[in-house]
Write a protein that binds this ligand. Structure first.
Ligand SMILES: [Fe+2]
Length: 202
């Protein structure tokens, strides 16, 4: 019996194909990568069941490769599921707990936006706004790749994909304009639901 459950890619919500300033072709390229990560995750977990842990041919290079690839695939899944879920809104200003948290930890929504935008311009792969449970506050963190996570014990609430596939079709090298489009399509209701669900309060 297999020790792991295969997972399947979540369907794209139709609103994602109608975003303002982020094209259908771009969303489809994210989705294709996301589906690839789901397949890879299942494949690697299958292979890990057959790896001989006692010898690994005298080295652990195969095990290392599989486990590093697994983090990359799982990161690609989690990051994209966040990304897809919280786009499709009308941007604007947040409300509720997330608004209070942003005001408290960044001073204002504009200051938070400026910081996340700069973080996204500085990053190779991702920028996140996450709530750090040990510090009891929000931070904007960088992930240079799918599998470089900022810290343990933090919950991401905003996930900004800044890999080239996220903007090149629509903006070529103008990543800053893509980040503006990202803000304009953010669904703050979804972010607020996550804050409530995890009981993150200011
Ligand atoms: Fe992506």
């Amino acid at each position: 019996m297999s020790a792991f459950q295969e997972i399947t890619a979540r369907a794209l919500k139709p609103a994602l194909l109608e975003l303002d300033g982020i094209s259908r072709a771009t969303i489809e390229s994210h989705y294709k990568l996301y589906e690839g990560y789901v397949g890879k995750r299942n494949e690697i977990l299958g292979k890990l069941e057959t790896v001989d842990l006692s010898t690994a041919n005298g080295t652990y290079s195969e095990l290392r490769e599989l486990k590093v690839e697994l983090t990359f695939a799982v990161g690609g899944i989690k990051n994209h599921e966040l990304y897809f879920e919280h786009l499709g809104g009308n941007g604007g200003e947040p409300d509720g707990a997330i608004r209070r948290l942003i005001d408290r930890d960044f001073g204002s929504v504009d200051a938070w936006r400026a910081d996340l935008k700069a973080t996204g311009l500085a990053a190779r792969g991702w920028a996140w706004t996450a709530y750090d449970w040990d510090e009891s506050r929000l931070f904007n963190y960088i992930g240079d790749a799918q599998n470089t996570f900022p810290v343990w014990n933090a919950t991401p609430l905003v996930a900004l994909d800044v890999y080239e596939h996220a903007y090149f079709i629509d903006y070529q090298t103008d990543r800053a304009s893509y980040i503006e489009a990202f803000f304009a399509n953010l669904d703050w209701g979804v972010v607020e639901d996550w804050a409530q669900q995890y009981q993150i309060t200011a």
